[in-house]
Design a binder for this molecule. Structure first.
Ligand code: HEM
Length: 493
């Protein structure tokens, strides 16, 4: 998403800065310790170490690079995995190692189960009525439950299978015409349509691609004006779909069962457990589409690039798919549990290229971490990118080596948990990504189809792996554009 990446963090940081800049002095944060009030026994605790900063702006200059996750990674390599930095007078705790992430999640998961105030309250996208910025409470629990029970219900498998076949047909068509494919565009169509059909029983493409265009805009650079324009366009589209759904719900024979039906029932029902607003319904859908789509799209694109640049991995993956699936039918999601190397390839791609490299939360209360005092309301930034490339936790951290995920762990429980916290593409704890399993399905089956059925011709010898931020996700400077050459007969599920 992700939802949680740079632009949004900037909006949050800068809005927080503006909100508090006039009320307190920046000098408070240049101290290395603070004295607590008498109610806390006048104890003095040290703040986490702080790298040298500039007057007034603090560490802002270090974060102005277009690749913030990398400048923060450099900072932690030099000064340590737990740092106290500040932007103007907004304090931030920066975490860059699995062991510190483990300590925070083990002891403070509840304390950090909030992301902070929305940058633009009224926006349907990352505003105050969506799930992303929702406090840990009834609305959030209802939405989490709906994702688990409605979005991921077994009946939705059929929709994914149909859309996967459509994705494959489209690639066959391109191959026949010897046309090149922009992987991210094909993947965007697949994920967008599938998510829409799974959540509200119809695809947005019925609106002449308006939603796809809007979702695409949401992955371009976003400032307040752009966010509001995306929000307004989604508002109109969703309002229309909500009215249609409402009309259907009123038909006696209609037995609505998708997520939108359930939310509309809760909206119209005076006695429902939790009263939701129309804006909350719309925000939820917008965040689901924007958050679930581009992340899966970028992951697939990075993975195809890694596979293309690593012919040994491609060969091993193809051999596995050929032996498990064969050459007479298309791979499907029920094959994935039998394809350990494919699973390892997807995990390794996400380790090296997490779409949302920085995870942002907020400490609701003051606490102590690794012996350092964390004041309440401090923003927490976990640099998942740095954690997943930490040389103390990963061998050859910058190499694409899917095999590392095949080795079975014989370690104890605590060590196992610590091990899982060195792998953070979906975040962690109660606010971790609820769409992780679905994302593994989207990405695993799409990669599976592209590897099983086609060879891919690229321009030049190697794909450039240069990174940039676009909109909300870490993406490729040069979008992957390659031409499919069929290697199997036309296949059907
Ligand atoms: C490769 C694909 C994806 C990646 C890498 C990804 C990553 C993330 C990350 C890093 C977070 C923040 C976690 C944290 O703060 O600890 C998150 C949250 C979230 N993701 Fe995903 N995501 C992906 C796909 C999806 C999909 C397909 C959906 C749709 C079901 C989805 C829905 C959400 C939602 C609703 C949240 C907010 C959860 C909350 O605040 O409680 N994501 N995702």
């Amino acid at each position: 998403m992700c939802l949680f990446t740079l632009e949004k963090q900037w909006q949050q940081w800068s809005s927080l800065t503006l909100r508090t800049a006039s009320s307190s002095s920046s000098s408070a944060f240049s101290q290395s310790s603070v004295t607590l009030s008498s109610s806390r026994n006048q104890m003095t605790h040290d703040l986490a170490p702080s790298p040298p900063s500039l007057p007034i702006i603090g560490h802002l200059h270090l974060l102005l690079s277009p690749l913030t996750h990398k400048s923060l990674q450099k900072l932690s390599t030099k000064y340590g995995p737990l740092l106290h930095i500040r932007i103007f007078n907004v304090p931030i705790i920066l975490v860059s190692s699995a062991s510190v992430a483990y300590e925070i999640c083990r002891a403070h998961d509840m304390n950090i189960s909030f992301r902070g105030l929305a940058a633009i309250d009224e926006s349907l996208l990352f505003g105050s009525s969506g799930i992303v910025n929702a406090p840990y409470g009834d609305y959030w629990k209802l939405m989490k439950k709906l994702i688990a029970t409605k979005l991921l219900q077994p009946q939705s498998r059929g929709i994914r299978a149909e859309e996967l076949q459509r994705f494959y047909n489209s690639l066959v068509d391109k191959a026949r015409k010897a046309e090149s494919v922009e992987i991210s565009k094909e993947m965007m169509k697949l994920v967008n349509t599938t998510l829409c059909r799974m959540s509200m029983g119809r695809s947005f493409s019925e609106e002449n691609g308006e939603a796809e265009k809007t979702a695409q805009e949401a992955s371009d650079p976003l400032f307040k004006k752009d966010i509001m324009s995306v929000s307004d366009r989604f508002d109109k589209l969703l309002e229309k779909i909500l009215v249609e759904h409402n009309e259907k719900l009123e038909e006696e024979e209609y037995q609505g069962a998708d997520m939108m039906d359930v939310l509309l029932e809760a909206y119209g029902n005076e006695s429902s457990e939790y009263k939701i607003t129309r804006n909350q319904i719309k925000s939820f859908f917008v965040e689901l589409f924007v958050g679930g789509t581009d992340t899966s799209v970028q992951t697939t694109q990075w993975l195809m690039a890694e596979i293309t640049n690593n012919p040994d991995a491609l060969e091993r993956l193809r051999a596995e798919i050929d032996s498990v699936v064969g050459e007479t039918r298309l791979i499907q999601e029920t094959d994935i549990p039998n394809l350990p190397y494919l699973q390892a390839v997807v995990k390794e791609g996400l380790r090296l290229h997490p779409p949302g490299p920085l995870l942002v939360r907020k400490f609701q209360e003051s606490c102590e971490i690794k012996g350092f005092y964390i004041p309440e309301k401090t923003t927490l930034v976990v640099n998942a990118y740095a954690v997943m490339r930490d040389p103390d936790a990963w061998e050859d951290p910058n190499e694409f080596k899917p095999e590392r995920f095949l080795a079975s762990s014989k370690s104890g429980k605590k060590e196992e948990r610590e091990q899982t916290l060195k792998y953070l593409p979906f975040g962690a704890g109660r606010r971790g990504c609820p769409g992780a399993n679905l994302a593994y399905m989207f990405v695993g089956t799409a990669i599976g189809v592209m590897v099983q059925c086609f060879d891919w011709k690229i321009k030049g010898d190697k794909v450039s792996m240069e990174e940039t931020f676009e909109g909300m996700n870490l993406t490729m400077v040069h979008p992957l554009d390659c031409t499919p050459v069929p290697r199997t007969k036309t296949l059907f599920l």
